[in-house]
Design a protein around this ligand. Structure first.
Ligand code: HGY
Ligand code: MN
Ligand code: MN
Length: 420
């Protein structure tokens, strides 16, 4: 176990703040915020930078797995022992913040740097991972690297996925160093990874409100995403009487309001239509087609099911009311995940040793940890987000918590390392 005074010596608030700012500058938007979409030139730049840090500053052996995940490995005393894994993602949403993802990657960098400086060689090998494409991106698919790593994504599912320029996601994965022909080699087996712990910003306001240092995450919400297409009829916006219209956008507005209302009646549940397209999208033509990208999130499986059932009913009704045709295609589904009580207990012990306050909470944001939890004991360490803001330029975490998160991670890994 590291002694408290050792920690003070080897963790640096200035150093992690400088790194957060340096990564935040890669894809920085002119009026604040970051747009570093997966597979973009900025994503590639950030990946190159983290590989240099892993190799030159941490002395890790770095490889890129067939899914494009960057894996830095520090050997342990026991050669073929299962590894202790940590990490997060570096890709961002459009005009997001500079902490969502990097706080976990750079917190893990700080933790491994501390172990190096204290000359602590663990029994288990350590792996620091930067996952490919955690966020939704130009290809409309998220958590690519973590789902690939646990065998929840196949080459067949990706085969026809292209972005608006017609560039295929398989070529994009190759561009970042992955190899779709060897996807099967990138699948990690249960037992290979002893534990996975991800530091992440909380993206909710509870830690700050309750003045707690650390969030010990109990589990993650389920997420269901789908694309709704509504077909109406394009007509002259001026000459068509109101009772002779089949307006795809008015029908879409009805569905957006309905989804919002359905989710507002369930606890620990949210729903959003975050993306919409309109055709022909001209001021004097009645919209002939709209597409809505929606998501429903809940920690309770039954709530997602109920909302979707009621939503499908409403879709069948609006056909008659607005004279439109509707269709829906599921695009993503992940069940609610409860994290391992064993890992949560280790994180709690680490907080107690370090004298940090903590709160148990459920994450309404999705994370790579959600998928890694299917093959390894998994937990998450949350650090406070100011006012709970995230996925926007105002996203901010006080650097003292970046350090506290890294310390809790280092301590948790050492506690886990004592057990085989
Ligand atoms: O969408 C999410 O919950 C995560 O930020 N990717
Ligand atoms: Mn995010
Ligand atoms: Mn994230």
């Amino acid at each position: 176990m590291m002694r408290k005074k050792d920690f003070e010596r080897v963790f640096s608030k200035e150093r992690i703040t400088k790194l957060i700012d340096e990564f935040g500058a890669i894809g920085a938007d002119p009026n604040g915020g970051v747009t570093r979409l997966a597979f973009s030139s900025y994503d590639i730049k950030a990946r190159e930078k983290i590989i240099r840090i892993m190799e030159n500053e941490l002395g890790l052996k770095v490889r890129i797995d067939p899914w494009g995940n960057i894996i830095g490995r520090r050997e342990g005393k026991l050669n073929n022992a299962a590894s202790l894994m940590t990490g997060s993602h570096l890709d961002s949403v459009r005009n997001g913040g500079k902490f969502d993802g990097p706080a976990g990657v750079l917190g893990a960098v700080e933790a491994i740097r501390a172990l190096n400086e204290l000359k602590i060689k663990t029994f288990h090998p350590l792996e620091l991972v930067v996952f490919t494409a955690e966020e939704p991106n130009d290809f409309g698919i998220s958590t690519v690297g973590s789902r690939g790593m646990v065998g929840k994504l196949s080459k067949e599912e990706l085969l026809n996925i292209k972005n608006n320029e017609g560039f295929s996601i398989l070529d994009a994965i190759k561009k970042i160093g992955g190899d779709p022909d060897r996807f099967h080699e990138g699948i990690r087996k249960p037992g290979e990874i002893k534990a996975f712990i991800e530091i992440h910003i909380e993206q909710m306001p509870y830690l700050e409100k309750e003045k707690k240092d650390i969030g010990i995450v109990e589990g993650i919400t389920g997420i269901h995403r789908a694309k709704v297409i509504i077909h109406g009829v394009a007509k002259h916006a001026g000459t068509t009487p109101m009772n002779e219209r089949q307006d795809a956008l008015v029908a879409a507005a009805h569905l957006i309001k309905t989804l919002n209302k359905l989710a507002s009646t369930e606890k620990n549940t949210v729903a959003t239509v975050g993306q919409i397209s309109v055709k022909p999208n001209s001021i004097n033509i009645i919209p002939s087609e709209t597409s809505l990208d929606l998501e429903v999130r809940s920690y309770h499986k039954s709530a997602i099911k109920k909302i979707l059932e009621d939503f499908y009913n409403e879709m069948s009704l609006i056909g008659k009311v607005y004279g439109v045709k509707t269709s829906i295609k599921d695009t993503y589904h992940t069940e609610p995940t409860t994290f391992s009580p064993y890992i949560r207990e280790k994180i709690k012990q680490a907080c107690d040793i370090l004298g940090f306050s903590y709160l148990n909470l459920v994450s309404m944001a999705g994370h790579d940890a959600n998928h890694i939890a299917t093959i390894a004991d998994t937990g998450m360490i949350f650090i406070p987000s100011h006012k709970g803001l995230s996925h926007c330029p105002k996203e901010w975490t006080d650097p003292i918590y970046l350090v506290k998160g890294a310390k809790v991670l280092a301590q948790s890994l050492l506690i886990l390392d004592q057990e085989n």
